[in-house]
Design a protein. Sequence first.
Length: 173
Amino acid sequence: MRLYAEQYGKDVIGIVLVDPTHESTRLVVQRRGEPQGTWVRIREGAKGLTVPEVQTTKTSTPPEWQNYWAEELQQMHESRKTKPEPLDDRPLIVLAADKPSTRPLQTPEDLWNELQREKSDQKADLARLSRNGKLVRDPSSGHHIHVDNPRLLVRAIDEVIEAAVRHTKLSGN
């Protein structure tokens, strides 16, 4: 959605991001030659590939599509350096899953706590993509907020539409 909004901004009146991935997120990897349970920033694995154009019509997805995730995150990271609020004043609600997740066995507790704080800070950072952005944390939901709490998602969509149509600030902002 962020890449689409960057490319087709005039067509985007507002956005709801559902437990989105931050451009600097870290995931555990299992690579040959690295210790088990190594956490790396996905974007740092970018190979310099050119990210394909955003698809605006339904077409088949090329099998190599997922190989561009690191490049997409790196592109968002670089873009944000020059424009920290790429959505300007368009309404934005970031829904963040706040249900505690289980620590992987190979991850030390102090590192896990650091990663959880970082993830929480990143969700708040994403709400700053717009001067009219808002973070909503849901302690009852895991990553699949749309399944765990669909009413929250519907309310967020309604709120973004109303703020966009009326050209108002989001409530609680």
